[in-house]
Write a protein that binds this ligand. Structure first.
Ligand code: GDP
Ligand code: MG
Length: 422
């Protein structure tokens, strides 16, 4: 399977739920009017794009429709694809330019940090790089063992200490080892307990200080791993970690299991953090460098599997297949084994007592995220009335200036700053 097909398959749920509905909506309109944009905005909010971003997209579409003198609603899909691509572009590159360089991987429990590190390590080793993993999630012995399995299978070295030891000390050791062994990349795993949030942030800050002191001139990435199935909650997590940890990029996992893929847009636009990798499954090559163009394209494939006629077909992508096949057949069995081991490990972990407390916290976060979405929809409805006069489509064209009134600016500022009851 080519890379594009993987992304396309991984995004199926999001495409069917969100963009399938948008497609139906556009087909049900014969002309472009306010009502169309209002319904489109509502669909985007429902698809976890977030209210701020949904509005921004619709404003941009209005502008492009006007500029291009477009009258056919079906053309909006092409404009949407272009708008989404442009919004997502920028900052995708991963900086590993120095030897050694370091990638610190952070995020709450269960989002896919350790799995992502394993997949990343395998990717770098395949490129001929020497990789050292730092087992700085010392919260539980099982977490260290899980990383050890990934180190063995991916061909990376691992630096570990005992359960409960200082995570910053593990990172320090890993940096020393990397220098001594001439390694190319250090990837550090970290703990992600939510009920220890304050301690967790202090711990991450300490690790960051060690890195800055020991590798002041080295390339450093701080990747926040987010579980796409948590929708708007992923946006809230980004806000929390962004303040404490200096995130340079996002890895968005489990896109294959969710219809909430629209959250990619919210994260990029609302919080200005680039998505660098996406996880679209549990196999090794299901972790893909994030490509905004392919992502947008994969969201707007027709129901019959064909790209919409106005978008160029991704023909050149299939040429990458032979290159991919060089390793895929040889490692498939190993990765199946790793998946099985990870699954067994996960089940063991789930039996542990404290899992219960964690689940409660997760459930609360999920409910809060749902509530926030409801709230956003409510506010969107309220705003419709105001927007109606602002964008009186059939009479006065909205100028750039009155595209956002003072009252809205204040409201948006307040909302964006997180002062929304969270
Ligand atoms: N479907 C799917 N599952 C994933 C993906 N990434 C990680 N997982 C699963 O998520 C679970 C938790 O992963 P883990 O790496 O232990 O999370 P951590 O606590 O953040 O280190 C495991 O069962 C992984 O196999 C993905 O992209 N798609
Ligand atoms: Mg882990």
């Amino acid at each position: 399977m080519g890379i594009f097909d993987k992304i396309k398959n991984g995004l199926k749920k999001t495409r069917d739920a969100l963009f399938g509905r948008i497609d139906k909506l556009l087909k049900s309109f014969t002309k472009i009017d306010d009502e169309l944009f209002e319904e489109l905005e509502e669909l985007l909010v429902m698809g976890d794009v977030g209210m701020y971003t949904a509005e921004k997209i619709c404003d941009e579409l209005r502008r492009r429709v006007k500029e291009g003198g477009i009258t056919d609603p079906r053309e909006i899909r092409r404009l949407l694809e272009e708008t989404v691509t442009e919004m997502l572009k920028g900052g995708q590159e991963l900086d590993t330019s120095t030897k050694p360089s370091i990638i610190l991987v952070i995020g709450v429990n269960g989002v896919g940090k350790t799995t992502t590190i394993g997949k990343l390590a395998a990717r770098f080793v395949r490129e001929g790089k020497k990789v050292i993993l730092a087992a700085a999630d010392t919260f539980r012995a099982a977490a260290i063992d899980q990383l050890e399995i990934w180190a063995e299978r991916s061909g990376a070295d691992i630096i570990r200490q005992n359960e409960g030891s200082d995570p910053a000390a593990v990172v320090f050791d890993a940096i020393s080892a990397a220098k001594a062994r001439g390694a190319d990349i250090i990837i550090a795993d970290t703990a992600g307990r939510l009920h220890n949030k304050k301690n967790l942030m202090a711990e991450l800050a300490k690790i960051n200080r060690i890195i800055d002191r020991e590798m002041p001139d080295s390339a450093k990435e701080v990747l926040l791993v987010l579980d796409a199935t948590t929708g708007q909650n992923a946006v809230n997590q980004t806000k929390e970690f962004k303040n404490a940890a200096g995130i340079t990029g996002i890895v968005l996992t489990k896109l294959d299991g969710t219809a909430k893929g629209g959250v990619v847009l919210a994260i990029k636009e609302e919080l200005d953090v680039p998505v660098k990798f996406i996880g679209v499954g549990e196999q090794i090559d299901d972790l893909q460098p994030f490509d905004p163009e392919e992502f947008a394209k994969a969201l707007f494939i027709d129901e019959d599997g064909e790209p919409m006629e106005t978008a160029p077909a991704p023909a050149e992508k299939t040429e990458e297949q032979p290159e991919e096949n060089e390793y895929a057949p040889a490692t498939a069995a190993i990765w199946a084994q790793i998946d099985a081991e990870a699954e067994a490990e996960k089940q063991r972990q789930e039996e542990e007592k404290d899992e219960e407390a964690e689940n409660t916290a997760k459930e609360q976060a999920r409910i809060a995220a749902e509530k926030e979405k409801e709230e956003q929809l409510k506010r969107a409805a309220e705003r419709k009335e105001r927007a109606r006069s602002k964008y009186n489509w059939n009479t006065a064209p909205a100028s750039e200036d009155n595209a956002s009134g003072g009252e809205d600016d204040d409201w948006l500022k307040q909302w964006r700053s997180g002062d929304n009851g969270q």
